[in-house]
Design a protein around this ligand. Sequence first.
Ligand code: PLP
Length: 492
Amino acid sequence: MTSSDSDPRTPMPVEACADLQMEPAEMLELANRAAELLVERIQNLPSQEAWDGEFKQGLEKELMRDPPEHGRPAREVLDAVAGSILPYTLRLDHPRCFGFVPSASTWAGVVADFLAAGYNANTITWLVASGPSQLELVVIDWIRRWVGYPRTAGGLLTSGGSAAAVDAFVAARERAGHPERATVYMSDQSHSAQVRAARIIGVRPEHVRRVASDGHFRLDLAELARAVADDREAGLSPVAVCANAGAGSTGAIDSLEEMADYCEDEDIWLHVDAAYGGFAVLTEKGRSLLQGVEHADSIGLDAHKWLFQPYEAGCLLVKDAATLEDAFAVPHDMLQDTVWGANHPNFADRGLQHSRSFRALKIWFSVQTYGLSAFRRAVSLGMALAGRAERYIRESPLLEILTPASLGIVCFRVNARDAGVDEPSVDGINREVLARLFWDDRAFISSTNLKGTFSLRMCIVNHTTTWDDVRETLEAIERFGTEALDQALRGE
Ligand SMILES: *Cc1c(COP(=O)(O)O)cnc(C)c1O
């Protein structure tokens, strides 16, 4: 530091720092090029591979560099991003991507996220973002009506189902009086995110009870009742039960009505994990499958799954809106100006996030643009294609159904037993089929473990998927299945 730097009389810069700004023409050129790139990608996706990935060594060599002290033309940076980073992903929006939970966003949703970033909206308090806050109330109200919740319900948009579960469990724990030795219950089919959420709120790992599921992968209510009774007996405090409305493995739906009745009798909070299956309520069929969801104390849904929005777009609804603010609101001196008054919520007081991106915009923008009927048809399409896949599998001489289509998910395998292969080798053959399909790249599916049985699994929730995409993938599985079976029978 020179002496003039510390001299208060030294003139300070009065100009803004121009170094982080761009000329309007250049801004437009960059944004237009990015938009072109995205539109080209969407158009070319069906003719491309469903997956691409690289080993770390290759990517590290390309990317592990020191940040440059001086910049270079943004156009060049964009080309580098498009060439050597973005392609290396599972293309979750590819019409033949059926692995894990695919997600195909709508263009309106993508553009809305760009706008939200450009406006730098922060849906934190009413004062800071009244427009975005009101829109979040609108979208929450839509979803409230879709699930059949009363007007007293409320909620917020979250990063996803994981954050929704954390927020729900905190509300449940606080409503129960924050007992010292809390327990949480869920089935052995529940998502790891629910287990993690319970740990995050401080439930000891051995107090997160994984209740056995029945032959249809639904939580066994008698087992639940037994676990709760044993725990009460041992002086523990049950604070929440988590039901599946579309379990990740099989799409199984727990007995929501019965669980709600049970939890009401026992005075335990019921959270429904509808992260995967929740938006099926938009269709008549889904509505009847998820009957009873409206009796839960809270529901988590993911708009970045079956409502075709870009990540991250989750939602937590609670039946009694006040329970969230009771659990999360904390007065803050520095924010004293933001207390607007009754009926003007500060969304930061409803959950774990303080600064919050404007997630409501993409949902609202998309529904306004395409209309709700388009979303209903898109959700129905997934269920119909999964049903048709199930019929194809049942008629296939080579494949067998392991769990029937439920909310877009179907589990099956190559039926190697009928071909004379012993049961322990059947898993191996199916693993081999999955590996061959993986390296073939034309389609992507994943597997699951059904109580010890290795199962192929297809999840069909993409509005751009056609029956041909599904059929060609099943045909490829039959082809690889025949090859793997022949190989096994030859003793190779
Ligand atoms: C995706 C998913 C989650 C986790 O939600 P995130 O949005 O990834 O945080 C939880 N449960 C189920 C059933 C899911 O499908």
